[in-house]
Design a protein around this ligand. Structure first.
Ligand code: PBG
Length: 324
């Protein structure tokens, strides 16, 4: 019966000895949804066990995360309806919710790495990631807006801005704008391969940012294709991105693998809201074991080649890792 493959699987100790991929809390990013008000922790219907929080409670959440060695957060702000328009200008309001959140967090946790979502959809009356004219998303004007938004986040103290919009050329323009204004140390974590996916549905519920017409297929990638994710990841790297993001994670394991082989900068995979919802729904119905589902999904994302995982399970993963 030689070879005896099962020798390396005989005990937990041996399995760990030869394991190729590990999850580290320091390489997890926790997405956080921030809302106006105080003392507020609102459940998100489509994301069981996940919440939108006002700044004061967000700070408490950060304490819990850092105790688990999760030292990076990705902020998303829920814009009030009356501040939405078709220019996105609230997105670079120095006193906007996002900017106040960044300042509050950096003040209390200077060593925390604060990343911020850069895209117009939460600020758009149309729920699109760009400025709309005649039912079309206008690329270049949107890019200018995203550069303003990035600059205002940098001014508020963000360590990384994370453009998630998928407009062409935005990384280069954001980099030039940051340089021109003296922000030589602000990083860009760019979504270089973001697929047009139904798995973002729960997130749009969380931020009330669903497209009001059409879909996002004219800017997010076609799930049928792999090569454009390589092309655009290399382009984002050349334009000055520091970290690339691929999403969704579990439906893009092949893409994570290929991009990781091709680029020279760290690759993050985003286990998105629909992936979270899918697992939680199965757990709630008693169909899956929560801990195993969370750890297994994170582990295969690592195995595919992700250096970093952005996940709504960050805190639960951190807790599980701290118990080992
Ligand atoms: C907005 C944005 C989206 C996500 C991250 N940034 C939604 C979208 O593109 O419609 C999705 C994240 C998730 O589903 O968890 N640009």
């Amino acid at each position: 019966m030689y070879p005896r493959y099962r020798i390396l699987r005989k005990t937990e100790t041996i399995r760990l000895l030869v394991a190729e991929s590990f999850i580290k809390p320091q390489q997890l990013i926790a997405p956080l949804f921030v809302i106006e008000g105080s003392g507020l922790k609102e459940p998100i219907n489509t994301m069981p066990g996940y919440y939108r929080m006002s700044i004061d409670l967000l700070l408490e959440e950060v304490v819990a995360l850092t105790q688990l060695k999760i030292n990076t957060v990705l902020l998303f702000a829920k814009c009030l309806d009356h501040l939405k328009d078709n220019t996105g200008q609230e997105a670079w309001n120095a006193e906007g919710l996002m900017q106040r959140s960044i300042r509050a967090i950096k003040k209390q946790f200077p060593a925390l790495t604060v990343m911020t979502d850069v895209a117009l959809d939460p600020y758009s009356i149309y729920g699109h990631d760009g400025i709309v004219e005649n039912n079309t998303i206008i690329n270049d004007r949107t890019v200018e807006a995203l550069a303003q938004m990035s600059l205002s986040h940098a001014r508020a103290g963000a360590d990384f801005v994370a453009p998630s919009d998928m407009m062409d050329g935005r990384v280069g323009v954001i980099r030039q704008t940051l340089e021109k204004h003296g922000f030589h140390e602000t990083g860009i974590m760019s979504y270089s391969a973001k697929y047009a996916s139904c798995f973002y549905g729960p997130f749009r519920d969380a931020l009330d940012s669903s497209p009001q017409f059409g879909d996002k297929k004219t800017y997010q990638m076609d799930i049928a294709n792999a090569r454009e994710s390589i092309k655009e990841s290399l382009a984002d790297e050349n334009e000055g991105a520091d970290i690339l993001v691929i999403k969704p994670a579990l439906t893009s394991l092949d893409i994570i693998h290929q991009v990781k082989q091709t680029v020279h900068i760290p690759v993050a995979a985003y286990q998105v809201s629909g992936e979270y919802a899918m697992i939680m729904a199965a757990v709630q119905k008693g169909l899956l074991k929560e801990e195993s589902a969370i750890v297994e999904s994170a582990r295969v994302i690592k195995r595919a080649g992700a250096d970093i995982i952005i996940t709504y399970f960050a805190k639960k993963l951190g807790t599980l890792l701290s118990e080992q």
